[in-house]
Design a protein. Structure first.
Length: 216
């Protein structure tokens, strides 16, 4: 399903660049899962150019022993993610990058429904001892101030309530820029994915450090 036609034309954000390289703490290879929609799945991109693969290469280049599995499903909503989280995130997973909610916004889903589903996903993962990095999303401003305020608050509120590592806006740096999107103007191209990874990389490193502090 196409994502974010309104979002592309109404949001403008600055790219957060990664910090200086540093060595990761010693230990076994960590198994991360990118659990999301088409933005994680790599819509119309080869597997090697999808977010999980590009992120894994970037982390490896900075000295981290990490694998990043792709559990993205194009068109998925937060409720859809809740329905599949138990089998999409296998045993042995050390951490999950949770990237859902964009399709909810596109469909105008009540933010309370999205919040409830995302919180249930987080709760299930925490019950299994799996830490979560929450990748946030912003609502299109043409949905109105009430919807925007309620939707945008979901991600920082959940991060605070559940002590999650938060990356505030997954599409930071690419919205509305043809350079970073496919010809549909909606989904990131290879450069767009690389820009997303550059932005989120320091946050993922913080997440890895948190996992390392509790993994033998």
């Amino acid at each position: 399903m196409a994502l974010f036609a309104a979002l592309v034309t109404t949001l403008s954000v600055a790219l957060v660049m990664p910090g200086a390289a540093r060595a990761a703490p010693a230990g076994r290879t960590l198994n991360l899962v990118a659990f999301g929609d088409s933005l994680s799945a790599g819509y119309r991109l080869p597997a090697s150019a999808a977010f999980p693969a590009v992120l894994e290469r970037a982390l490896t280049a900075k000295g981290h022993a990490v694998s990043v599995a792709n559990a993205g499903v194009s068109g998925d909503t937060a409720t859809g993610g809740l329905d599949r989280v138990d089998w999409s995130v296998p045993d042995g997973t050390d951490g999950v990058i949770l990237e859902l909610g964009a399709n909810d916004m596109l469909r105008g889903t009540d933010p309370a429904v999205t919040r409830k589903a995302l919180e249930a996903i987080v709760t299930r993962l925490k019950a299994r001892g799996i830490p979560v990095l929450l990748a946030g999303m912003h609502a299109s401003r043409n949905l109105g101030p009430d919807y925007t305020a309620r939707f945008d608050a979901i991600f920082p509120d959940l991060a605070k309530a559940h002590d999650l590592v938060l990356y505030p806006f997954f599409l930071n740096g690419i919205v509305g820029d043809r350079t970073f999107n496919l010809e549909d103007g909606l989904h990131p191209n290879t450069k767009g994915v690389e820009t997303i990874v550059a932005g989120i990389l320091p946050t993922v490193e913080t997440f890895i450090d948190r996992i390392r502090s509790r993994v033998p």
